[in-house]
Design a protein around this ligand. Structure first.
Ligand SMILES: Cc1cc2nc3c(=O)[nH]c(=O)nc-3n(C[C@H](O)[C@H](O)[C@H](O)COP(=O)(O)O)c2cc1C
Length: 167
């Protein structure tokens, strides 16, 4: 083995799960941020965790409403991972920019893009400072899956996106 930098770690864990963190803007529309650093934290009761950088508009929206939908996009939404991860919802309507069709989710005003493999509706119950990021612990309120959808993953770190069937 050889010593490597922390920034290289994602290339060693590829393929990496990729999600869109969907939150509600003050005008009621949905913002989305691309995110790789998330995981299940508990199954009974359901809890998830994710880490948001301190420059993200998503951080402000979560502090305000404490509600989120974690969307695992299908491969058809590969372009959305770039589109929602390279600009801010502060000054951009990402739904219009990427050209997404959105779907309603039971029990929340937050919408999610179509098509997705998995949707997790959750509320923020705790946060923890992690220097340049803030870790969020959330209670899961509802989970929705599509068995036929093919989830998109980050490969070679996050330099390319494809399904996990890639060899
Ligand atoms: C492939 C990819 C993965 C990303 N993963 C994360 C992540 O895990 N955590 C994070 O805070 N930002 C991550 N980002 C950056 C955010 O998506 C980016 O800061 C985004 O502009 C935030 O949007 P917002 O300002 O509308 O919240 C990632 C971006 C890309 C392209």
């Amino acid at each position: 083995m050889k010593a490597i930098n922390m920034s290289s770690v994602p290339t060693y864990t590829s393929p990496n799960s990729m999600v869109l963190v969907c939150t509600e803007k003050p005008d009621g529309t949905t913002n989305m941020a691309t995110l790789a650093w998330w995981t299940i934290a508990s199954t009974n009761p359901g809890k998830i965790m994710f880490s948001i950088n301190k420059g993200a508009y998503t951080l402000e929206l979560l502090a305000e409403k404490k509600e989120v939908v974690i969307a695992v996009p299908s491969v058809e939404l590969t372009a959305a991972l770039i589109g929602c991860g390279t600009c801010s919802g502060r000054d951009t309507d990402k739904i219009a920019k990427v050209g997404l069709t959105m779907q309603d989710i039971e029990g929340t005003a937050i919408k999610a893009p179509v098509p997705c493999k998995l949707l997790i509706h959750a509320t923020v119950v705790n946060t923890m400072d992690a220097d340049d990021h803030v870790v969020h612990l959330c209670d899961v309120k509802g989970v929705y899956g599509d068995d036929d959808a093919d989830a998109v993953f980050g490969w070679n770190g996050y330099s390319e996106f494809a399904s996990a069937q890639k060899k």
